[in-house]
Every structure is written in C-alpha cells, then in structure tokens.
Write a protein that binds this ligand. Sequence first.
Ligand code: SF4
Length: 189
Amino acid sequence: MSIRDFIPEWSVPRQIKGADRWALGPAAQSRHQAQLTPRTKKADRVVKSVCPYCAVGCGQRIFVENEKITQIEGDPASPISRGRLCPKGSATRSLVQSPMREYKVKYRRPYGTEWEELSLDEAMDMIADRVIKTREETWEDEDEEGCHLHRTLGFAHLGGATLDNEENYLIKKFFTAMGAIQIENQARI
Ligand code: SF4
C-alpha cells in the first residue's frame, strides 16, 4: 500500500481533523469495520427468556432467525441482571443447538466399559424398579425405642439448577411421600 493510500486509512488524521479526538468512535473505525453488521440485526424476532442455569435467573434476549437461535444476550430490562450474563448464561445457545447435545439415554452397566443407548421407557422402568427395591430393603418403620420413623436412608434426591420452583415443589412432595429425607437442590448462589 502506498503512503497516499495509507493516510486515509490511518486513524490519526481522522482523529486530528474530526470531532472524535480521542478515537473512541468513528475515528478508530476502519473501512472494513464500518461495513460489519452484528448478526442480531438479521433476526426475525427477539424472544425474552430467563437463563436456566442457576438460581440467579438472569434475563435473556434470544435472537431467532429462520427458527434457529443466532445469539443470546443479557436483557437490559431485567431488574435482576440488568443486561448481564455470566459465561454460562452467554453459552446457553449451545444448550439448545450444540451438535454435541445428547438426545438418547446413555447407560453404563456395573463393570461395563462401554455406554449403551436405552429407550426412555426402559430407563424409567429401571429407575422405578431400583427405587422400589431400595425402599423395601432399607425402610425404617421405628427406632429402637419404638418412636415412629417412617423413612428410608437408602436413596436421596439432588436437584439441578435448571429445575424451576414448581418442579422442585413436586419433587420435594414426591420424595418425602416415598420416605426420603435427604432432598436437596444444587442451585444456591
Ligand atoms: S448461570 Fe450465569 S447468566 Fe445464568 S442465571 Fe446464573 S448467573 Fe445468570
């Protein structure tokens, strides 16, 4: 590039001649940059949502183009997060569209070295059978002094951060009804 071509491309003359003396705006912009447009500009619609990853519940703006998510950003209107998302919340597009997302139940048998694919029905039946069997084998009706216990210490429940209030309410009721006393949720910030 000759010096004649270079000078107009250089930010310093624009800084000196124009209003943007500190080169915080247009003076610092190259011709290439000026032609760039954010991919959010092409979105067909923007859907408001809440980040599902943890109990903070940051507000999200989800940009959709051709029924595919193209970008997820913090929602400035959210009184909780005021436009911010942490790295997990910023990556939630992958939660929906990552090619690595699993859609099948994976099971590794005791002493197995490979993952097997199970149908959801088969996996649910296996879980139900084990819960019933464990409950029968570990049920404690009363203690040695005859006080009622009506419980099992044979299984516990640990909820994930993507469960909402209503789901946690139902899980607590269900596991308490089965006699479990170790019921927790991982989400606590
Ligand atoms: S994971 Fe991050 S972005 Fe999502 S709700 Fe929690 S703090 Fe907010």
